[in-house]
Write a protein that binds this ligand. Structure first.
Ligand SMILES: *[C@@H]1O[C@H](CO)[C@@H](O)[C@H](O)[C@H]1NC(C)=O
Length: 218
């Protein structure tokens, strides 16, 4: 039927046009996601209202993640000398497939500034930063973000913990030379890899937290 043929031939370019448009949308969505994954971020601890005591939440909720000079990651609202804010992003890690962006790095305030891996100590479950050799044999990924791209996951979930070990209180008071004011305090960042409490000392203070990405300014 002539009519049918005409219809078909006018339809075909439209279908191709639609596919092309869909493809373009998909490409630009991929580009957007790619550049979002490359965006360097600070990390902020988010603590549910049901976690811990009011005073503990006051110290932890909205506290920023810092790199300590000892190679560990900390959470606090009142950083001490030598702490620098976590300032990092997803990064290809050689352990995972190419183009994976499943590793995690941070800029440091070393002289000169360096990009360092962020990993979880396989023995202590404490979060650390360091060079390739420091991170070998530890948990280096896969890191990802939640569906809304707002929070960081590791090995597919948000097993982050804010921790104060029994020895932290004492040492902190020595270092600061003063009592700790309300809402202050320095917490350690842990990852509960096996969802069993991360082998922490029973007298530790522990709060489950999420890590929120906040675009870094520099
Ligand atoms: C990363 O997370 C996103 C959003 O939840 C998900 O769609 C994607 O499949 C995840 N990627 C990997 C490699 O697991």
């Amino acid at each position: 039927m002539v009519f049918g043929l005409i219809t078909l031939s006018t339809m075909v370019p439209t279908i191709i046009g639609l596919n092309q448009a869909t493809q373009n949308t998909r490409d630009s969505e991929e580009e957007r996601r790619d550049s979002a994954r490359r965006q360097r971020c600070n990390l902020i601890a988010i603590c549910d209202e049901r976690e811990g005591t009011l005073e503990q939440r006051r110290q932890v909720h909205n506290a920023k993640v810092y790199l300590g000079p000892d190679g560990n990651l900390y959470l606090t609202k009142t950083p001490v000398a030598g702490f620098s804010p976590f300032n990092g992003r997803f990064f290809q890690h050689p352990l995972f497939a190419p183009d994976n962006m499943a590793g995690f790095v941070t800029l440091t305030e070393e002289e000169p500034p360096m990009l360092r891996w962020v990993f979880v100590d396989a023995d202590t479950h404490e979060c650390r930063w360091g060079g390739r050799q420091d991170s070998e044999g530890h948990v280096c990924g896969p890191y990802n973000w939640t569906k809304d791209e707002q929070r960081i996951t590791l090995q597919g979930w948000e097993g982050w913990l804010a921790v104060r070990r029994p020895d932290d209180e004492e040492r902190e008071q020595e270092e600061r030379g003063l009592g700790i004011a309300e809402g202050q305090g320095i917490w350690r960042l842990y990852f509960d890899e096996h969802d069993d409490g991360a082998d922490l000392h029973p007298d530790s203070q522990v709060l489950e937290i999420c890590l929120q990405r906040v675009p870094a300014e520099s």
